[in-house]
Design a protein around this ligand. Sequence first.
Ligand SMILES: Cc1cc2nc3c(=O)[nH]c(=O)nc-3n(C[C@H](O)[C@H](O)[C@H](O)COP(=O)(O)O)c2cc1C
Length: 392
Amino acid sequence: MHPSEEIKFEKSRKLEGKRICLCITSSAACIEAFYLCRELIRHGADVDVFMSEEATKLIHPNLMEFASGKKPVVELSGYTEHVSLCRKGCCDAVVVCPCTANTISKIALGIADNAVTSCVLTAIGSKVPVIVVPAMHLSLMKNDSVEENIERLKEMGCIIVEPRIEGERAKIADRETIIENVIRCVREGDLEGKKILIIGGASAEKIDDIRVLTNRSSGKFAIELVRECFERGAYVELWHGWMREKVPDYVKSREFESVEDLLKMIDDCKNFDFIFVCAALSNYIPEPMDGKIPSNIRGLTLDLRVAPRLIDKLREIVGEERIIAFKAEEKEEDLIKKAKEMSRVFHMVVGNLTSSFGSDRTKIWIFKDGDVLEKEDKKDKLAELIIDKLGG
Ligand SMILES: Cc1cc2nc3c(=O)[nH]c(=O)nc-3n(C[C@H](O)[C@H](O)[C@H](O)COP(=O)(O)O)c2cc1C
């Protein structure tokens, strides 16, 4: 067994049975191609590697053979690898990562003068999705011809995974962003055309200039919902409070701290088809004090007022039919009673227990159209179930 087989399905089966052509060109970021290849396999993909000759001067094909379990194609042979491996029916997606300014421009002009460009042009010609991940110095990226050629690639139907601009560099997108784009390409896009907003994380209410009142919400459910909706083709935004989980780069995100900060953003909710409110928002707000409350006060009392309820304002602005409300309670019977009551009003209600905050696994109750579905599983699987139940 080749060593690359040992890691197959380590992360998921989302790319099971999918063949991906990974095309590597000669950017300094090509060292990332090794890790990307392994990550694709961890999600279950079969990977065929194509390398430009220039790329082989930066990383050796042996490394990519170790990563993928197959000899990389560096030069086309009588086997016509660009046709036999890259056309529809043989390949599910082509990922050009990293993609140099040179290769971007060649693809835009329809030049097929090496293994990589021949693979990409064949894929475009036979309607196989092509994902291009540019990486270069910013001065190259901002060159008029390169900018125009990137636009041309978009017109040709290529998905451009935008680089992270840091100082003078247009750095390769992070690995998670590239993987999520590959999965989105090959998964059934049943949410295509839908605009979905996920509001998650914990609010933090100011006590004084350095202290806040917050809660134990990790934001994990919000992240799993973002991932599921993105992979299924939706336009997704994440509005988040404090998160223990990493905020993903692959969707637009906006940050809030307090409930009142979030309320100031609420008018922008009108643009979405569905709004998931799974944030843990404070029910009480302290009267904030200037400076730092001295640390030696005995029996300090905080005055708390009741916080405005986001969900009530949201109902006024977008109507109940677009809202998916989350309800957390300590006791199962209270939860079921309250969530059932709420489900008479909202598109869908998801109930969970406060004991699940921060954990990977939990039990939920989904209330929709008078039915209730109870399920215990990992949060990623539950997110999939929630989206299955979403309906039109
Ligand atoms: C060490 C090194 C790093 C490079 N990094 C980049 C890069 O990040 N982006 C880029 O567009 N070109 C980069 N280049 C220039 C390309 O390698 C050069 O344009 C080459 O002709 C591209 O060939 P290819 O597109 O066939 O791989 C780099 C060159 C070297 C030697």
